[in-house]
Design a protein around this ligand. Structure first.
Ligand code: G4P
Length: 548
């Protein structure tokens, strides 16, 4: 191994002395904005994604995907656009230029597809946009996803959307964001009017006003903007006296009681800049997207553990190529039985056919079939930079959280496990199939399809997941890859927590169950959140953690 390391070190120093390579890498990384949109279904994620494409100039009219009735956009829905315009799409991320930036928009599936993958994908993001429906405020799925951003200290920008519809007062929404998510909210812009009277926004930094005119095609094309000083708004004749007074009143209140915006605190995840807009009509969208590109960080250093146990920080530019697996997807193409491992590039430059070290397996692997497009055709990625997402055909080599690099010698911090919300007992229908069943279950747990737990009393495995789809995938894959039919009985628990402290002295509430997870940690399963908070109150000497 030392011989190898010195070889790579030499290669690295040769590379680092090549200043043009380094500056190309550094410029490419600086342009990257790798992020996810976190929102509750229907808040406007798809609409905002389309507007990103509209304002990036990649599409001339919006509405192609959103206009599709009776379903939500999936990766394949963007394909028509992709083929024409060179937007690269995987089942995990979409890449395209936006003005000077290169956007890597990570896909965070919601609805029925909500699963641990949704959470894990967030670990690959450098920032997040939280879209909130102005009429509904902070909703359940947003809370869950925000909690992951909090844990990982991912900076979050807040977009309060649908301002063109009757909604709640903006000050109420700011307060709700602060209280529900326990973060400071700082209004970067402020809406002028709401519902049918929503005509513009005030930029609080420079006291400029943007006034919008509705487009003929209801937001399918870019909106016209008139910019003026706030002092001239009254003379514009476009705002009623009542709206004007409301805006003045709110702005004064914000000056006195609002949080100032501090980029450092934003980058640490302590404060979220808040923007008001209407993604459907494009009101306030371009200035929001511009602010996002300006404020959101490019890929930064990532924490890792060196082989000797010390902590390392992997710099995206100074370190040669490294990446980690954040998602595995099985059998996306029925013609190919192998799965795809999605990797986030953390440092250095990736090139096709690269030979890298697989840290967990302690061997070298060639990354020969990287692709960016998931459809009937796969298009090959020739190179990638920090922040980019690549899909690699996975013949069983990769597990969630695996680190690969040209140098070896460290591992990125393990991905957190997320609090499962559905639980079931599972067994093979045919007892004679125990062996392939056990093998399949072990493999699925390795890949992170489900979490496996064991009751403290008997040996029957329990499967746990955050979304029902994970169970369906598990049963399907056991059937198709291991030829095992299974029986699955869902258990009456809806939440769980990792227990720190002696389980023997833990006073468990009724309708709860104590189990062990894959890493032998104690987990308590509860009937509902109320039971969980009762358990917390009853056991002050124990800690119940939501993420492990
Ligand atoms: P999602 O991906 O977060 O689930 O939400 P999506 O963008 O699909 O938006 C959900 C619905 O909300 C869509 O209406 C969309 O048109 C609407 N919407 C999104 N942003 C705004 C906005 O700023 N203002 C208004 N008024 N509506 C908005 P739909 O009726 O479900 O679909 P569609 O038939 O209009 O496509």
């Amino acid at each position: 191994m030392p011989a190898h390391r010195s070889h790579y070190d030499m290669l690295h120093s040769a590379m680092t002395t090549d200043t043009s390579l380094l500056s190309e890498l550094s410029a490419a990384a600086a342009r990257r904005r790798t992020f996810a949109i976190i929102s509750h279904p229907d808040a406007g994620k798809t609409t905002l994604t389309e507007k990103l494409l509209l304002y990036s100039g990649l599409i001339r009219t919006a509405g192609m995907v959103r206009g599709r009735k009776g379903g939500k956009a999936t990766a394949s829905d963007w394909m028509g656009m992709e083929q024409e315009r060179g937007i690269s799409i995987t089942a995990s991320a979409m890449q395209f230029p936006y003005k000077q930036a290169v956007i890597n928009l990570l896909d965070t599936p919601g609805h029925q597809d909500f699963s641990e993958d949704t959470y894990r994908t967030l670990t690959a993001a450098d920032s997040a946009i939280m879209v909130i429906d102005a009429a509904k405020g902070v909703e359940a799925q947003t809370r869950k996803l925000f909690a992951v951003c909090r844990l990982r200290r991912i900076p979050v920008l807040t977009l309060i959307n649908k301002m063109d519809l009757p909604g709640r007062p903006p000050l109420d929404l700011m307060t709700e964001v602060e209280q529900a998510l326990n973060i400071h909210a700082s209004a970067v812009n402020w809406p002028i009017g709401s519902g049918s009277e929503f005509v513009g926004i005030v930029n609080r930094e420079n006291s400029h006003v943007e006034l919008f005119s509705r487009t003929a095609h209801g937001g399918a094309t870019k909106v016209d903007v008139d910019t003026m000083a706030l002092a001239n708004l009254a003379q514009s004749g476009r705002v009623s006296q009542e709206v004007l007074e409301q805006v003045r009143h709110d702005l004064e209140l914000l000056e006195i009681a609002g949080n100032p915006f501090d980029r450092e605190l934003f980058l640490q995840g302590e404060v979220t800049p808040v923007f008001f807009a209407s993604a459907l009509t494009n009101f306030g969208i371009e200035s929001f997207l511009d602010a996002f590109v300006k404020l959101a960080p490019s890929p930064g250093a990532r924490p890792a553990d060196a082989e000797n146990g010390s902590e390392l920080s992997i710099d995206p530019i100074e370190r040669p190529f490294s990446a980690y697996v954040f998602k595995l997807q099985a059998n996306m193409n029925p013609k190919h039985r192998d799965s795809t491992a999605f990797l986030r590039v953390c440092s250095g430059r990736f090139e096709r056919d690269m030979l890298v070290k697989h840290h967990r397996l302690g061997r070298e692997v060639r990354l020969s079939r990287p692709h960016s497009l998931v459809a009937q055709e796969r298009s090959t990625v020739e190179e990638a930079f920090p922040g980019d997402i690549i899909g690699i055909i996975n013949p069983g080599l990769f597990a969630i959280g695996d680190t690969i690099s040209t140098t070896g010698g460290f591992n990125f911090k393990p991905l957190p496990q997320f609090q499962p919300e559905i639980f079931a007992r599972i067994r093979p229908s045919d007892v004679g199939k125990r062996k392939p069943f056990d093998k399949g279950m072990w493999q699925m747990a390795q890949e992170g399809t489900v979490q496996i737990m064991h009751s403290l009393h008997d040996q029957e495995p329990l499967v746990a997941a955050v979304g029902r789809l994970q169970f369906d995938v598990l049963q399907y894959r056991l059937r198709s890859e291991y030829r095992v039919e299974t029986m699955l009985d869902q258990l009456p628990f809806t939440c769980s927590a990792w227990l720190d402290g002696d389980p023997a002295t833990f006073k468990a509430p009724s309708a709860s169950m104590i189990v062990k997870d894959q890493r032998d940690r104690i987990v308590v399963l509860f009937g509902d959140q109320l039971m969980k908070s009762i358990a917390r109150d009853r056991n002050p000497g124990h800690t119940l953690r939501d993420m492990g």
